[in-house]
Design a protein around this ligand. Sequence first.
Ligand SMILES: [Zn+2]
Length: 395
Amino acid sequence: MTTTLITNIGSLVTNDETRGDGPLGLIEAAAVVLDGEEIAWTGPAATAPAADTAHDAGGRAAIPGFVDSHSHLVFAGDRTREFNARMSGRSYTAGGIRTTVAATRAASDEELSANVARYLAEALRQGTTTFETKSGYGLTVEDEARALRIAREHTDEVTFLGAHIVSPDYAEDPAAYVALVTGEMLDACAPYARWVDVFCEKGAFDGDQARAILTAGRAKGLTPRVHANQLSYGPGVQLAVELDAASADHCTHLTDSDVDALAQGDTVATLLPGAEFSTRAEWPDARRLLDAGATVALSSDCNPGSSFTSSLPFCIALAVRDMGMTPDEAIRAATAGGARALRRDDVGRIVPGARADLVLLDAPSHVHLAYRPGVPLVTDVWQRGARVVGGGPAV
Ligand SMILES: [Zn+2]
C-alpha cells in the first residue's frame, strides 16, 4: 500500500471538533496522510509522519469531498424550453416530469449510463466524491428497474423513486399505480436499491399513499427518504420522522411542529437550494432549522427539470446568501450533513479511518466557497486515495 503526504495545507476542515477549532475542527498549517483508500493521519504539518510520496498543497484550503445525498441523474432529454418559459413568467408544476419520462423510456441503456457518467464527472470536478441518485423517470416496472441497475454501476447509494409522480399510464387510476409501485415494481427494484423515496406533494402522492409506499419499501429492506414539503405545507416531514426516514428533502414549507419533529428525530433536513433558484421559489429557512437543533444537509437535487446544477459550491453560496447559513454551517452541511443523510460515517470527514476523499481549493479558506460564488475554486480532488482531479504528477 502506498502512502501519500499532502502537506502545506493552509487550513483544513476535518469536521471533527476534537481535532481542531470549532464545529469544523479546523486545523491551520495542516497535513494529511493517505494510506491506500483511507486517511491514515491528520494534524499540524510540523508533526506529520513520513510517507512514500508527497504533495505540496501550496497553502491551499482542504475540505472533505462533498457528499451529495440527493440527485436524479438517470434521465435522457433536455428541458431548456421549459426553463426558458418559466424564467419568462410561467410557474413550475410537477407535470414537467412527464417530458423527461418519455425521453428516458426512449433512451438506450448506453445513453442513460453515459449521461450518468457525464454528470458525475462534472460533479467530481466541483468536489463531489460521494453521491446518491434515484430512479423516477421510468415509471414502469422494467424502466424503473433498468434505471436502478444503471445507477448501481456508478454508486452504492441508489434510491427507488417509482413514486416520483403517478405514471401518465395510470392518470385515471392513481390507486392502481400505488399498488404497482408497492407490489411488482418494488419487487423488481429492491435488489438494486438501498433507499425508497416518494414525492409527497399535492399533485403527486398524498400522506396515505406515501405511507403505503415507504412502509412497503421498508418491508423489503429499503430505508425511507422523502421528498417533503417542497411546494406546499403537507404531511411529508411528519411522516418522514415518524418512519425514521434518513432524510426529509426540500423542507421549504414547514410548520413549527414540522421543525420540532426534525429537531427531535434522527431524520436529516436536506435542503436543495438549486430547486428554489431554478424555479424562483421561496427559499427554505435553514436558520430556523439549525436554531431548533435539526441536522441540515445541502444537496444539488441535480435533475433536468427543476435544478439542473451538479455544483455543491453553488448550493453553498446560495445557502449562505439566502437561507441564513453561516459559511461554516453550509460547508458542514454539504459534507458531514450529506453523510448523515446517507447514514454514513466513513465520508464527510477527514479523520483516520475515513475514506480518502479530499478537495483542495485555490483559496486560503473554505469560506471562499461562499465569498467567491461561481468561481471554479476546486483544483485537486482525491477520491478513495486516488488523485482524480488536478494537474501534474505528485512529487
Ligand atoms: Zn428530488
